[in-house]
Every structure is written in structure tokens, then in C-alpha cells.
Design a protein around this ligand. Sequence first.
Ligand code: FES
Length: 374
Amino acid sequence: MTTTTTDRPAPSRTLWQRLARSLTQHDSFGAYFEPLIQLALPMWSTSGYRTKVLEVRTELPDVYSLVLKPGRGWGGFRAGQFVQIVAEQNGVLCSRHFSISSSPDHYARTGLIELTIRVQDKGRITPWLRQQFANGGWLRISAAQGDFVLPQGNGPVLLLAGGSGITPFRSMLNQLRAQNDNRDVQLLYFARDNQHFLFRDEFNRLQLDNPQLNITLLDNEQHGLISAELLQQYCPDFARRQILICGPAPMIALSRNILTDMQVPQQNIGFEYFGAAPIDQPRSSSDAALVAFRQSGINVDIAAGESARSLLEVAENAGLKPVSGCRVGVCHQCICQKQSGVVYNTRTGQYSDTGAGEIQLCISVAASDLVLDL
Ligand code: FES
């Protein structure tokens, strides 16, 4: 999962939310009591929608799609968004975020959505989900989240997909077809070899329906990784396009570096990670920092030369339990008040000022001594 360059403004809170947060660190009292109630009723939740798993469909030997029927009240989604799924594994609730690979139009017609999931090597959840729900079952999903969506208007677009990062683009392309939106779209889809391209037949059909849609499959064995030369060869007018990138962190980093070197403005590039977002080391290796968690009275020393950790990890390693969700900067559940000090935002590459302000713990690292309201 799945993270755009444009930071969404922090949601404003109601008076009730402020009261709940001041007393519980949560935006609602329900969220505070939820873990206690779940000790007795594991599937109980203040949020989330009971959802039926209708099918587990194999796409590739190591990739499957969950076909889900969300329960009443689920609010739908925009192509490119993701959901958090929550399921009970051996009495323990586990959650993961997955992009919705089917289109909003498909949901409107059938009431169904699809999540396409690659089985992670040594993963605990992704192989288990496939096995557990092979004969159907129930789980919970969140409301759709995320702002990795197609730009407004009908300007030309370049989509860069790496591996399973194709899933939000499948949703977007099918939605464009459903809306008879024949905008100029170039998709460069990178996979590790020729056997690992998802939805190949479907993409062929989509191309036949829209002469303005051009999909190029580039396997790493034959073409190597994304490069300036491949961009020039397969999408020579990339500089005039809005660009969306989705894939593993190294592929995104490489793509962004190439595009930056080729003078593409940052505001034209959106991206979303599959897997955890990387943390660039923002501090000088000679800098140490003291993170003071004001409410809990815990101070954490970050030694000079220590590799960067998100403030969410720092807090959790110190025994705190801040609210979190996606852990990649999208859901905004980990917002925390910074009283003072400078943080580095690993999504935007920006440093904060030294004063008070809200930060997202999961994508912030200490760039100086800090005082946090936690
Ligand atoms: S933004 Fe989702 S946990 Fe930080």
C-alpha cells in the first residue's frame, strides 16, 4: 500500500473529538474502549463493516484476489483507494491494508469489491488469508481511505506500476472505461519476469476499447529496472503528463530520482508504496536527539549514528501505544501534537519548523530534540 506526494491537511476535530483525545489519546471514546471489549468479543468494532468473503480467486501462483461483499452502510470508494481488513487469527485480531483492485463501477453494479494480494515470503497474514477464506467467511473492512487517485480533469497521465503496485491502476483503468473517459493514459508496468504480469488479458481488452490507452509490459529480466532510457523510449512526452507511481519502495525511489533529474516538477508526481515506506536518514550521523514524550514522562535518547526510525517506532519501542493504522502516512490516525523541535517528513522530504504543530508519527523522524504530546 499502500501514498501521494501531496499531504492531506490534518482533519479538523470536533469539540467531542478534542475532549475524547484529551482524555484518551483517541478521537472517540469508542476507540478507547474497543480493545477492552474485543477481549470478550473479538469481531466487535467501533468502526469497520462486516464483510462477506465470497471467493478466493487465484490470479498467479503467488497472487490471489479476495472477492468481498461489504456489509450495509459501507460507503464505496474512489479508484485507487485502499481498505484496512481486520480478521481474527487464532483469537488475535490482525489487520492489513490492501488496495481495491476492482472499480467503483463494478461495486455499483454488483455490490462486490476485489482485493488482489501477493503472498509475502515468510508473511504471516497473506498466506493465512488465502487458506482461511478458501471456503468463504467473514471479516471486517474499514471505509475506503487514501488520496492516490487519478488527477482531476482529462489531462494526459503516465502510470508507473511495479509488481503488485498494478492493483490501484487496474481499478482506475476499469473506472475510466466505465465512464467512457478516453483520456490519454500511458501505463508502464514493470514485473520481475514475463510470468508475473497480472490482468494481462483484461488490459488487452481495455486497450482495444480505448485507443488513447497504451499499456507497455516491461519485465526486469529483459528490460532491466526503470530508467531514463525506458521512459524516453516508451513515453517520450512524460514531462507533460501527471505521473502516478505505485510499487515497492526501491522502484518508487528510483522512479522519483529519474523524474527529478529530468526536471519533472514534484507537484506532477504522486506515488504510493506497496509495503512500508522507506526512511531516508535525515539527521547528520553526528547528531543525537532526545525525544520527550511529555504526557507519559518517557524520554528516549536517539544516539548519534543510529539509523533513522519513525517516531511511531520510537514510541512503540518505549512501550507507548499511540493510535496508528496504515503506518505509511495515508490514514492520518497517528497524528500527534509536537510541542517543540524539528521533525523530518519522510513522505514530503520537508523539515518542520521548530514550534508547535501536528505531525504524523509514522512518517516523521526526529531531526532535533523533540517534545511530543504523548
Ligand atoms: S498515517 Fe496511518 S498510521 Fe500514520
